[in-house]
Write a protein that binds this ligand. Sequence first.
Ligand code: PLP
Length: 344
Amino acid sequence: MAIDLRSDTVTKPSQEMRQAIANAPVGDDVYGDDPTVNSLEERVAAMFGKEAAVFAPTGSLANQLAIRMLVAPGEELIAETNSHIVRAELGAAAVFSGITTRTWPAVHGLLRAADPLEIARPDSGPYLVSTTAIAVENTHNFGGGTVQPISEIAALRKGADAMGLKLHLDGARIWNAHIASGVSFLEYGQYFDTISVCLSKGLGAPVGSIMISTKERVAKARIWRKRYGAGMRQVGILAAAGHFALDNNIERLSDDHRRAKELATAIATIDSSLIDPATVQTNIVGLDLAHLSITAAELAKRCRDNGLWISALGPKYARLVTHMDFDDAQCTEAIEILKKALVA
Ligand SMILES: *Cc1c(COP(=O)(O)O)cnc(C)c1O
């Protein structure tokens, strides 16, 4: 069996999760009748100290519903250069919301509040586009699973308030940030106007994300969700997987983080230019192949030929992501395969 470290989305629901899915009470969620969806939405909203939440099939849609609520057509959202919203949602913010984005670059995607605040231009009048919101990704995926410092988030909120700007949290992996930093979900929640979270990454649910905000924004987002074609019916079978994931799979993320650190440490021993293990805070190991003669695609191919799947996300950038279907024995095996691939 191949070891798959392309993403933490590759996990398969356990027998226990499938049992929870099978037993879920359901109803027509477009009519608001699905008790399992309703309780999941209420539960996640409360976890982050917010009024309401809406279930979505994907994290991209949860982000796009939030953006739609915060930024009017012709206005601007600012985000980090390598953020998922800007790079991995296929231009959805422009296509669906009719907005523009402007970006600031950050090493490892690490937030410094001053960076977005310096480029933000609210109320720009009739000549320049007006900024209305800033998006923060935590953990930062393409930055290498970077946890955003809570002090910078607090400073960003303060600066944003002074400028009348809204803040969105792309919290696809906020669970990992919480486990790595010890910062509570309530504390993360208090700084943002809208939040998206994914149940299908490290938490291991097959499908499901949630957009969290005020009652008013969530009520409007429900209309947009239906308009985008994602009004779902007896979707409590998926919400049940979400409940199961929240009950059972948050604390265990520390195992994923430990294994990511082990991978990074072993890889740095082979070639220290590939990664600094100290930068690996969560479950993502990003490899910089700039000093190697091979490309990320070639490394991925060599690994794959030996039973290890990794992602080549740039010409010289490869990514390994640990997850709940990756154990200690596979970690040892993965390190052996990487050693062979890197010295070949
Ligand atoms: C995975 C991910 C999403 C959502 O992705 P979907 O595939 O649409 O569920 C959003 N933001 C970040 C940072 C992600 O890693």
